[in-house]
Design a protein around this ligand. Structure first.
Ligand code: FAD
Ligand code: NAD
Length: 444
């Protein structure tokens, strides 16, 4: 029997706690989380703000009572302030202000990430909003009730920014979407895909302000406008969504990190200090497209890494397969999914790559019901021909198709092996000369 302390009980921590308690091995599990809720699905935030769902209740899948019924001791509103890695003790402040020491045999750090805050004048004005926690979503929804909030400037056209731009437009607000890059979603898609999203956003009246760097948020007490290096926009609320950084202050220089501060972990999620594990957004992941440890903040990675650490702290060896950073987005009718590297990102990393693309109707052409076009692009290493990325876009829900590419990258499958892949055909679903086969066959 071991004593396992878990710091942070959102997606990664909860996955680890569920795994450990699921073994029913009478390990003592003590958990600290500085927040008042567990397992908030940020992915539902835009749906809630944009009123595509009527209430937030379904955005949680666990809570203190549930985890305690499984045998863990849960301290909510309790922060871990420091860790003595030599003595194997965490120092925490409980909800009632009491300072305590908790010893551990195994420690799991699941402290997640923090939104990056651009260091610009006016960032502390009223109505400048972060969008990470459930409480942030509550704040935004409350503020949107004020009819004086007419225009929202969203800074960052990544996943959160684009999803929220849609949500604000659905709420009848004027939206300006600002990004330093020349398209939306530039971390995930090549230009022929991201411009599809840009046209989609513009067709719904969202103003795009790309290639612009925010210099200042103006106002006396509240937001009145935002100034970039090229323009000035009048607005009543500013959303900052320019990415996450790992929350790793507890490492205190003892734990090795990536350049951005994420705890460096091995294939079992263990850090460089024995018996100390790190999972989720505070940790590195092995990125199969490059073979290197990277930072990819996704709930999917958080859950998988929690499962892995949960096994290993219980003495059941489990190793990561590495990840592809598979992701998806659905804005109005447009769905886009990607995995691995885009061609542009691969080239920026200095990789020699080729790509192959195809666009066709999803189903047999004679089908008389809904039959949208699907666009696909596969990126592969020029020398080894191993697939390292794929992107798809359509108004049709083709999202399941990307999983096969995720596996192809994980298992280092070449583009040539996809040419004759046995893909089913049924006119209701797809075409015999389907776009996956055709893209692979057209590879140089
Ligand atoms: C708006 C939004 C939409 C998203 N949509 C998606 C999506 O569609 N798909 C997807 O895969 N991902 C999505 N993500 C990303 C996903 O939410 C994160 O990757 C995920 O939350 C990471 O989980 P985590 O448990 O590692 O970290 P976090 O969620 O950051 O949780 C860390 C926990 O640690 C606690 N903590 C931190 N420090 C301490 C301390 N010192 N003491 C005690 N407790 C501490 C915090 O209170 C928190 O509960 C989205 C994120 C946002 C904000
Ligand atoms: N559907 C999903 O899978 C989903 C949804 C939401 C969030 N997430 C994940 O959560 C994490 C955080 O999301 P995010 O949208 O904050 O990050 P992101 O990395 O997706 O996007 C950040 C964007 O901000 C831009 N940017 C950076 N600095 C800027 C600056 N100073 N001014 C203007 N623009 C700037 C970048 O060019 C980029 O487009 C990501 O890992 C993301 O993948 C995933």
């Amino acid at each position: 029997m071991s004593k396992i302390v878990v710091v942070g009980a959102n997606h990664a921590g909860t996955a680890a706690i569920n795994t450990i308690t699921g073994f029913n091995e009478n390990n003592e599990v003590v958990v600290f989380d500085q927040n008042s809720n567990i397992s908030f699905l940020g992915c539902g935030m835009a749906l809630w703000i944009g009123e595509q769902i009527s209430k937030p209740d379904g955005l949680f899948y666990s809570n203190k009572e549930k985890l305690e019924s499984q045998g863990a001791k849960i301290n909510m509103n309790s922060s871990v302030d420091s860790v003595d890695f030599d003595k194997k003790i965490v120092h925490a402040t409980l909800e009632n202000g009491q300072k305590i020491e908790e010893s551990y045999d195994k420690l799991i750090l699941a402290t997640g990430s923090l939104p990056i805050v651009p260091n610009v004048k006016g960032k502390d004005l009223e109505n400048v909003q972060m969008v990470k926690l459930f409480q942030n979503a509550e704040d935004v929804i409350e503020k949107l009730k004020n009819p004086e909030i007419k225009t929202v400037a969203v800074v960052g056209a990544g996943y959160i920014g684009v999803e929220l731009a849609e949500a604000f437009e659905r709420k009848g607000k004027k939206v300006v979407l600002i990004d330093t890059m020349s398209t939306a979603l530039s971390n995930y898609y090549d230009i022929e895909f991201s411009t599809m999203m840009d046209k989609n956003l513009e067709s719904h009246g969202i103003q795009l302000a790309y290639g612009e760097m925010v210099k200042e948020i103006i106002g006396t007490t509240k937001v009145e406008g935002i100034i970039t290096d090229k323009n000035q926009y009048k607005c009543d609320m500013v959303i900052l969504a320019v990415g996450f950084r790992p929350n790793t202050a507890l490492g205190g220089g003892k734990l090795k990190t990536l350049a951005n501060g994420a705890y460096l972990v091995d294939e079992t999620q263990q850090t460089n200090v024995k018996d100390v594990y790190a999972i989720g957004d505070c940790a590195s992941v092995l990125f199969n497209s490059t073979g290197e440890n990277s930072y990819i903040a996704l709930a999917t990675n958080a859950v998988r890494s929690g499962l892995i650490a949960g096994h290993n702290v219980c003495g059941k060896h489990m190793e990561t397969n590495g990840v592809q950073g598979s992701n998806g987005i659905a804005i109005y009718d447009l769905k886009m999914v990607s995995t691995g590297l885009s061609e542009e990102r691969a080239k920026k990393l200095g990789l020699e790559v080729e790509s192959t693309s195809f666009e066709d109707l999803q189903k047999a052409a004679f089908i008389e019901t809904e039959n949208p076009k699907v666009k696909i692009k596969i990126v592969y290493d020029k020398n080894t021909r191993v697939v390292i990325g794929a992107q798809m876009a359509s108004t049709y829900d083709m999202s399941m198709g990307i999983h096969m590419f995720s596996l192809a990258i994980q298992e280092k499958v070449t583009i040539d092996r996809l040419k004759l892949l046995d893909i089913l055909f049924l006119p209701h679903f797809n075409q015999p000369y389907n776009y996956i086969t055709m893209a692979a066959l057209s590879a140089k």
